[in-house]
Design a protein. Structure first.
Length: 119
């Protein structure tokens, strides 16, 4: 269903199918690793702002799958977002809000890079 998605060396990986021993020496990013202290990552904040959370069960996997997409492609089309998130299931049917959240985050993440470069 994709709810347990984590990033292993930057690649979306289903943790339920990934043996723990396989993580040795690799970088593993979970949903908790995106936030910085009490500040949500722009992608997490976009999910809140766009109302893409619903029950929240699929949210960690959706966010990490979207994060991997945005690392590869900072300005994806709606079709590319939908394709990337196709492996993640949302029983609440929040797909339109989830796609909107990823688009919002892609813009916010670009602004953050521009702000950082200006300093």
């Amino acid at each position: 269903c994709g709810a347990c998605t984590v990033l292993v060396d930057g690649k979306p990986t289903l943790s339920c199918q990934f043996p723990l021993a396989g993580a040795e020496g690799k970088s593993v990013l979970t949903i908790e690793g995106l936030a910085r202290g009490d500040r949500l990552h722009p992608l997490q904040q976009a999910f809140v702002d766009e109302g893409a959370l619903q029950c929240g069960y699929c949210t960690p996997g959706m966010i990490l799958q979207a994060y991997a997409l945005l690392l590869r492609k900072p300005n994806p089309t709606e079709a590319e977002i939908a394709d990337a998130l196709d492996v993640n299931l949302c029983r609440c049917g929040s797909y339109n809000r989830i796609i909107a959240a990823v688009r919002t985050a892609s813009q916010a993440m670009k602004m953050k890079v521009v702000d950082h470069e200006a300093r």
